[in-house]
Every structure is written in structure tokens, then in C-alpha cells.
Design a protein around this ligand. Structure first.
Ligand SMILES: C[S@@+](CC[C@H](N)C(=O)[O-])C[C@H]1O[C@@H](n2cnc3c(N)ncnc32)[C@H](O)[C@@H]1O
Length: 427
């Protein structure tokens, strides 16, 4: 058998029946592409677009076991997106208008839209949403307040984002009981504090001879000001290295409040894949898109490690570098196939070498790999491994049960963000 570098149009992962999908590309195109199947079927659409910040953002890729063990020198930083607009707010709003126009038809009649921005774009975006959906469809401006970084001496520190919540139709699905938060200990005006026979603390008021009790530990729906979800700290284990990554807890609250298990959640500015991971963890369908190749791989990584099923489209076709060295093998063992990725070597000076103190690692330039088979223009991955902080070394063997007559195939993603697909052909 000889292994040849192939270029499938689609990658599928997991046991099958994948509904979750990631499309790489400009959201102005991915929204209408998703609509071919999902028009009027998405329950919640969350958009975390650029904020008009003027910044340039990047992804910090951990390299090899050292990178995953926390060695800051074992990293490669590369650009992801620039939040710069040639005509200022005019260009920014033209981008967002085009994307929203393509994306709104995805929503169900009882669906919800969340658009996440900050002080720079919020006034513009609120007016744009009023225009596109109607001001009557405004539900909330969620203030996500956090503590981070320094304090300005010239003005009050800017420590919140705005998440605009609009309904597609008149009656959006909303499940406040799914996102209850403890009422908390704050003393309330005119209420007296008490403790019942079980030691539970409450605040009470008597009106017309009747006592109303509000228990401190009772769960109530959150208000539109959220102060209980911290932004990700530098060392947070959730951190993927993707700038502007949002916490899972934020996405979980939005998803739980507006969807049921089995519903579809969509994020067209997927970034590190937070919405998709939260959706998959909660048993929702995770539809996503992003123009960035690292965003595609992070979706693959985060959902692959959960064992979820999904499809990836818009795959870049990378040509294997003639200077590289790769050794792949596979063997049938009864019903299963055993795949081996023995070695991947790249002649790329930008990849930091492993420190000599570490165990030898013939897969040093590889971040993740999978094994499965090639069917037409679809690569189906049935087994997947990625480096993590807990398991910084990659297994060199994966097993998978292939359908009779299937063409064995393997894919790996290197630390330069390229995924190479290989299929076995007769010699
Ligand atoms: C603020 S980040 C999203 C972060 C994400 N919510 C997370 O938790 O990681 C914005 C993302 O939008 C993507 N993006 C910017 N313009 C885009 C466009 N026109 N089409 C698709 N993606 C775009 C960027 O590549 C970036 O990943």
C-alpha cells in the first residue's frame, strides 16, 4: 500500500449521523450556504463579531509536549483576524448588515438572536438590529460585567460587554428555570432577615397580614446584568490560545435559556469554538463558521475530544511539503484496523525544537491526528487524538472499524495550522 496526500472536500468525524457542521469562510457566504439545509430551523444564533476595536488578533499554538506542559517558549503565534475597517463604522456596519441579512433567515419563528459587542460598536449595532428585526423584537441588552486588567486614570474603567438579545418572532422560546442563579445574600430594602426552622436564611415582608419570604438559596432567573461569569484568566484551563475567547459559562447560560436538547445553535464567528463546545456539551446541534483556519481546527479539537459527531467544510487543500517526512502504516486486525502514525518531520525553522529534557517524540510537529477512511470526496474520521494538558504526548496508534472495502485514510494537523489528508492506494 502507498499513502498519497489527498484533498477531500469534507471531513466527517464521530460515529455518524452528524448534524453539527462547521463551514470555513466569510460569514456573508457561510450563512446562505447553511440556509440550504437550516433555513428556519436554528433555535439560537449567537454572533460575536469583531468589535471595531482597531486591534489585530492572533492565536498562540502550543508546540509538542513542552507546549502542553506550559512551556511558554514552545509556542508559535500567528495572526487570526484584524478588526480594522477602512471606512470606520461605515465599513464595519456594511459587513455586519450583509452577514445578518444572510443569517436571519436561519432562525425559527420562536428563535433568538444574540449579538455580542462592546462600547465601541454597541450604539451602531443596536440601531442596525432595530432596523433589520424591528425595535419591537428587542428583548434585552445583557450587560456582561467583568473584572480584568488595569484601571484608567482618565475615565471610569470600561469593564463590560453588551449582548443584544432580539427575538425573531413575537414569542421567543425562553426557559428561565434552566438558568436559575441563587438569589444571594444581599439585604433588600424593607425586608427583614430571618431563619426558618431548618436554618435556611430568608428575607421577608408582610403585606395585608400575609408574610412573603424570599429564600437566599432559592434559584431565580438572572437579571440582564451578569456579574457572576469571570472572563478567562491567563491560566484558565479552558484557554485555547485564541485571542478574544469567551468563557463556556457565558455561552451555556445563553443556550440553556433559549434552547432545548436537540435544538440547533449557530455561531458564524466561531473563533476558538466556545459556542460549539457549549452546545455539544448540552446536547444541542453545533452549527458554526469562521473565515479562519485555526478556528476550523479548534472546532475539530474541541468537539473531537468530546466524542461528538460533526462535519467540516471549506477545507483548505494543503500540499505536503517535499522536504517533510511522514511514516504511516495500517493493518487489518479482525474487524478493526490498526493505524500507526510513526513519524512526522518538517523542515520548518519556525517550529521550536523540543527541549532535550523531554522524552523523544517522533510526532513533535503534530497537534492532532485521526484515522478512518476516504469515501469519494469525504474523509470520515472514526478515531481521533489531540494533545491536551493532561495528555501532552500523542498516541502513535489508533484503531477503527472500517466498512468492508473502504479505503483506509489518516489526517493530521501540524502546529503551523495545516491539515494533511492521506489515503492508502494499492502499490
Ligand atoms: C471575537 S472573535 C470570536 C470569539 C469566539 N466567540 C470565542 O469564544 O472564541 C471573532 C471571530 O470572527 C471571525 N471573523 C471576522 N470576520 C469574519 C467574517 N467576515 N466571516 C467569518 N468570520 C469572521 C474571526 O476570524 C474571529 O475568529
Amino acid at each position: 500500500m502507498a499513502w498519497r496526500n489527498v484533498h477531500p472536500a469534507w471531513e466527517e468525524m464521530g460515529p455518524g449521523g452528524a448534524q453539527s457542521v462547521f463551514l470555513r469562510g466569510d460569514a456573508a457566504q457561510t450563512a446562505p450556504a447553511l440556509a440550504e439545509h437550516w433555513q428556519g430551523r436554528v433555535q439560537t444564533l449567537y454572533l460575536d463579531p469583531p468589535f471595531m476595536s482597531g486591534g489585530r488578533y492572533s492565536f498562540s499554538q502550543r508546540v509538542g509536549a513542552a507546549g502542553w506542559q506550559g512551556d511558554m517558549a514552545a509556542r508559535i503565534r500567528r495572526a487570526t483576524y484584524a478588526d480594522r475597517w477602512s471606512e470606520g463604522s461605515v465599513g464595519y456596519l456594511a459587513m455586519l448588515r450583509a452577514i445578518l441579512t444572510g443569517a436571519l433567515p436561519l432562525l425559527r419563528e420562536d428563535g433568538s438572536l444574540f449579538v455580542h459587542v462592546d462600547w465601541r460598536a454597541s450604539a451602531h449595532v443596536r440601531l442596525l438590529l432595530d432596523e433589520l428585526l424591528g425595535s419591537g423584537r428587542f428583548v434585552n441588552e445583557i450587560i456582561w460585567a467583568y473584572q480584568s486588567g488595569g484601571r484608567s486614570k482618565e475615565h471610569f474603567a470600561r469593564k463590560h460587554d453588551s449582548i443584544f438579545y432580539y427575538a425573531k418572532g413575537k414569542r421567543p422560546a425562553f426557559y428561565p428555570e434552566a438558568v436559575g442563579v441563587p438569589r444571594g445574600p444581599q439585604r433588600r430594602n424593607h425586608l427583614r432577615r430571618g431563619e426558618d426552622e431548618n436554618g435556611r436564611v430568608y428575607f421577608a415582608i408582610t403585606v395585608g397580614g400575609k408574610e412573603y419570604r424570599y429564600y437566599e438559596d432559592e434559584r431565580v432567573a438572572p437579571s440582564d446584568v451578569w456579574t457572576d461569569i469571570p472572563i478567562l484568566q491567563q491560566r484558565d484551563p479552558q484557554r485555547t490560545g485564541y485571542d478574544t475567547q469567551k468563557p463556556l459559562a457565558l455561552m451555556e447560560r445563553l443556550i440553556l435559556a433559549t434552547t432545548r436538547p436537540g435544538d440547533a445553535v449557530c455561531d458564524l464567528f466561531s473563533g476558538s469554538g466556545t459556542t460549539a463546545e457549549a452546545a455539544a456539551r448540552l446536547g444541542r446541534i453545533a452549527l458554526a463558521g469562521d473565515q479562519d483556519g485555526d478556528a476550523l481546527h479548534l472546532y475539530r479539537r474541541r468537539l473531537g475530544l468530546l466524542g461528538a459527531s460533526f462535519r467540516l467544510g471549506g477545507l483548505p487543500a494543503w500540499e505536503w511539503d517535499a522536504h517533510g517526512r511522514v511514516r504511516i502504516g495500517c493493518q487489518r486486525q479482525g474487524d478493526a484496523w490498526s493505524f500507526a502514525l510513526e513519524e512526522v518531520a518538517l523542515d520548518a525553522p519556525e517550529i521550536p525544537a523540543p527541549p532535550p529534557s523531554l522524552l523523544p517524540d517522533t510526532l513533535h510537529p503534530v497537534d492532532a491526528w485521526s484515522a478512518g477512511f476516504l469515501e469519494g470526496d469525504v474523509y470520515r474520521a472514526l478515531a481521533f487524538a489531540a494533545r491536551t494538558a493532561k495528555e501532552p504526548y500523542l498516541p502513535r496508534r489508533l484503531t477503527a472499524s472500517l466498512p468492508e472495502g473502504a479505503r483506509p485514510a489518516v489526517a493530521f494537523t501540524d502546529v503551523l495550522g495545516r491539515t494533511f489528508y492521506w489515503a492508502a492506494f494499492p502499490d
